[in-house]
Design a protein around this ligand. Structure first.
Ligand code: SAM
Length: 211
């Protein structure tokens, strides 16, 4: 799996990621310039944080400053690297565009399978979709979030109610794109939370069996 730090790219195997000493791992898909990953890694040192993006150029600057608990991976979310399988206790997708956005709204199987493959049982998922990107994809905030919610449910996620974000809400998101949107023409977005169910515990006369 290709990881980037500044101008250097290295091929890192699953056991070389450095996540083994951490109970919780966040994977931020479509991480852009990686600012959100840096923020979480710095403010939550007990988490290991991985940013994934298909575009390496925007990641050079931030990845140079990555602390020990942060890593940046160059990968297409529609072909998630096997090395990330079963790692994430939480996944975030902030303000996707392009194939990441259409993959979500069109229920692209390779994207949804990738999401399921990287997530542990019980993993949380947070998605923020902005109004302009949804309009370009032929949706309103309401229709886009309803569609995504329905797709996530049929993929196996439990979903919460969507929450609207205005300029103030966007300013509280620690991503570069959120900041741009907050001061732009259409400072509106929708925030969706979802969770994979934990495996059920089946009680048997002899004790407990994890199902
Ligand atoms: C609008 S930017 C948001 C970046 C960042 N999450 C933020 O909030 O600042 C969307 C990002 O999604 C990435 N992206 C789009 N399609 C992708 C794909 N198929 N796989 C991985 N990243 C993708 C783009 O390269 C871009 O960095």
């Amino acid at each position: 799996m290709e990881c980037i730090r500044g101008n250097t790219s290295v091929d890192v195997p699953a056991d070389g990621l450095g996540a083994a000493n951490y109970d919780d791992v966040l994977i931020d898909i479509g991480t852009g310039d990686g600012r959100y990953v840096l923020h979480v890694a710095q403010t939550r040192p007990e988490w290991f944080v991985i940013g994934v993006d298909a575009c390496r150029d925007n990641l050079r600057k931030t990845s140079r400053r990555a602390p020990r608990n942060a890593l940046y991976v160059i990968a297409n979310a529609l072909a998630m690297p096997d090395e990330l399988t079963g790692m994430a206790s939480k996944v975030t997708i902030n303000f996707p565009w392009g194939s990441l956005l259409t993959g979500l709204l069109d229920a692209e199987p390779t994207l949804l399978e990738g999401l399921l493959s990287i997530a542990r049982p019980g993993a949380g998922l947070e998605i923020r979709l902005n109004s302009e990107a949804l309009t370009e994809a032929g949706h309103t905030l309401e229709s886009g979030s309803a569609r995504l919610r329905q797709i996530l449910r049929s993929t196996g996620f439990d979903t919460g109610d969507p929450r609207l974000l205005d300029a103030r809400g966007l300013r509280q998101c620690h991503t570069t794109w959120a900041n741009r949107l907050a001061y732009g023409r259409d400072p509106r977005a929708v925030y969706l939370q979802a969770k994979l169910p934990q495996p059920s515990i089946i009680t048997s006369p002899g004790g407990y069996l994890a199902g």
